[in-house]
Design a protein around this ligand. Structure first.
Ligand code: ADE
Length: 239
């Protein structure tokens, strides 16, 4: 998979060399390209924004440099991702969809947003997704693009050593993950639940499922409504 990023702050993408995304590069699964939007300007001041038609606060990103960037970077298999607080909320299902793309081109806006014609034009030449990280406003789309990248790249076939950890993690089955424990069995007066020491795989699986349902009911009842799971909260210890 090829991942490209267009931003006025290319330095934001230094973490792509590290940790998880860096490992994906080393394994030959992805290549990253980071592009300075100002490199696609033609004026002496390398201007990327201007005042909004119709008035109002703040500045709007001009269409010209974005058009040049897309001319340079868009090909037949490109999905252009605009990270914006007015996009569809990002979730695991969307990460899975994006993991099937050949080429993701992240367009990271700043200021009050990007001229709408950039999006309309992008839709004429590529698949376009407008994606929000959540119901809050960041200063720009760069952090959102990094978060989406991390969620997508770890799903690429051949990335995870242990495929089971993908199946069992939070959101894979529409539930939050059950609590996990490791040695020692007793720590500062807190004990590992007895069932996990029992060696009884059936009981352990049932306990984990009940914990996942209880945790989800407590913290994210909206997810339960979506998956149709009905949970007896009982006296489960949910934190
Ligand atoms: N840019 C600014 N806020 C954002 C958000 N919540 N999600 C994605 N991109 C953004």
């Amino acid at each position: 998979m090829i991942l490209d990023y267009v931003s006025i702050f290319p330095e934001f993408f230094a973490p792509l060399q590290l940790s998880l995304p860096g490992k994906a590069v080393a394994k030959g699964l992805v290549t990253f390209g980071v592009h300075d939007l100002r490199g696609y300007t033609t004026d002496r001041h390398r201007t990327v924004d201007d005042s909004p038609y119709g008035g109002g606060a703040g500045m709007v990103m001009k269409p010209g440099p974005w058009g040049e960037a897309f001319d340079d970077l868009t090909g037949p298999g490109t999905t252009i991702v605009f990270t914006t607080p007015s996009g569809e909320p990002f979730d695991q299902r969307m990460a899975e969809e994006l993991a099937g793309a050949e080429h993701l081109l992240f367009a990271c806006g700043r200021y009050e947003g990007i001229d709408q014609r950039v999006l309309d034009h992008a839709r004429e030449r590529a698949v376009v997704r407008e994606i929000s990280l959540g119901d809050y406003v960041l200063n720009g789309g760069e952090v959102a693009a990094l978060a989406i990248t991390e969620a997508v790249v770890r799903l690429l076939p051949g990335f995870m050593g242990n495929a089971e950890s993908l199946v069992e993690e939070s959101h894979a089955d529409g539930l939050l993950e059950y609590p996990v424990y490791t040695k020692p069995a007793s720590w500062r007066g807190h004990e590992v639940p007895e069932v996990l020491l029992s060696g009884d795989h059936g009981r352990i699986a049932a306990w984990r499922r009940a914990q996942a349902e209880a945790r989800t009911a407590e913290r994210r009842p909206d997810l339960l409504a979506r998956t149709g799971v009905v949970s007896g909260l009982g006296d489960l210890d949910v934190r």
